[in-house]
Design a protein around this ligand. Sequence first.
Ligand code: NAD
Length: 272
Amino acid sequence: MSGTDMKLVVVGAAGRMGQTLVRTINAMPGATVFAAVERPGSAFIGRDAGEIAGLGPTGVVITDKPLEAFVEAEGVLDFTSPAASVEFSGLAAQARIVHVIGTTGCSVDDETKFRAAARHARIVKSGNMSLGVNLLGVLTQQAARALGPENWDIEILEMHHKHKVDAPSGTALLLGEAAARGRDIGLAEHSVRVRDGHTGARVAGTIGFATLRGGSVIGEHSVILAGEGEQVTLSHSATDRAIFARGAVTAALWARSQKPGFYSMLDVLGLS
Ligand code: NAD
C-alpha cells in the first residue's frame, strides 16, 4: 500500500461481489481495502475480510458500523441490497465521500434518495460496471436508432444464477434504456416485462424482456433486433465477477477528483 492509495470501504464484504471486490482491490494499484462492513447480525462480523475472500488474513476486520468506517475513508463500494444502498448513500453524503453503487432492483423512490445524497456525495451508479456491457449499451442505442420501430422489434434476453433476487437484471434494464434512448422514447411506457397466456400480437415499438434463472451463470445478455427476414443480435457474456469489481474500483478512482453529483459508468469510461 502506498500513501496515495484511495482508502475504500467494501460494504456487503462477505457477499459474492463483496469477496470479489476485496480480492480485486488487493490486486489493483492505486486503492486499498480500508474497512469492510456487513449487515448487523451477520455471522461474518469480527472475521478478517481477506480470509473470507480467500486471500488469507489482511488485518481488515468486518464490522457493522458503517459510519465509523466512512468518516475515515475516501470511498465506498456497494453491491448489497436496495434498502442498504439507500442507507449507505445518506452516510456517504454525511462523510462527503465517493459512493459506487452496483446494487440492482432499486425503486424509483430509491433513485430519488440517491440523487438527493448526490448533493454532497460523489455517486457513481450503474446496473453493470463492466466496460464490455457499457460499450454494448452504446452499440444498442445506435442499432435501435438505425433500425426503426416500423420494421424492427427489440427483445432483451438475460440469464443469471439461481440466487439472483431481482428481474429483469439491472443490465437488461440498462440495455433497454439504451434502446429507448436510441428511439427517443421512454422505457417505462414501452417495455413489456412479462408475457403469459393470450397476450395478443406484439405491439410495434415495444421493448420486450425475457428472464432465465439457473445454475451459476454470472450474466448472459442479448439484445435481439428482429426484422422481416433478418435478425441482428448484440450480446455479452460475463465469465468472471472481477469485471464488475475492476469497473467499480475504476469508478471510485475516477470519482475521487469529481465534484459531488450523480454519475454513470458512461461518464467514467468516457462513453457518454
Ligand atoms: P450477495 O447476496 O452474495 O451479497 C450481498 C451482501 O450484502 C450479503 O453478504 C449481505 O449480507 C450484504 N448486506 C445486505 N444488507 C447489508 C447491510 N445493511 N449492511 C452491510 N451489508 C449488507 O449478492 P451479490 O451477488 O454479491 O449481488 C449484490 C448486488 O449487486 C445485487 O443487487 C446484484 O444484482 C448486484 N450486482 C451488480 C453488478 C453490477 O455490475 N452493477 C454486478 C454483479 C451484481
